[in-house]
Design a protein around this ligand. Structure first.
Ligand SMILES: [Zn+2]
Length: 110
């Protein structure tokens, strides 16, 4: 089952993230923060770079870049009852997490 939600807490900026969980574990699932551009996810058990995650998320929402996505999520009510985060950031180095931020992500870059 796939659900995309807006909630949880970005490990970089602590704002709500778009999240997609997948309890079949081998599907595409991610945390993606439209505020700072952080994205972390997996597909078929392989860790994905931020750029292809943003490509998929922006395409899914039919927007070209992060500012457009931020305008969209501003209309949503954050709900963090699903997942604090989809991926596990416990013990992760903060600089390594920051390296996953693509604040200017757009479909053109993906
Ligand atoms: Zn963030």
């Amino acid at each position: 089952m796939d659900i995309e939600t807006y909630g949880g807490r970005c490990p970089c900026c602590e704002k709500p993230m778009l999240q997609k969980g997948d309890d079949s574990t081998h599907g595409f699932h991610f945390d993606a923060c439209p505020h700072c551009g952080f994205a972390c996810g997996e597909s078929n058990n392989e860790t994905m770079d931020a750029a292809p995650i943003w490509g998929a998320v922006l395409d899914h929402h039919g927007v070209a870049d992060l500012p457009a996505l931020r305008a969209y999520v501003a209309s949503l009510e954050p709900d963090d009852t699903f997942w604090p985060s989809v991926m596990d950031y416990a013990g992760k180095d903060r600089d390594a997490l920051k390296a996953r931020c693509l604040p200017h992500a757009s479909l053109a870059e993906a």
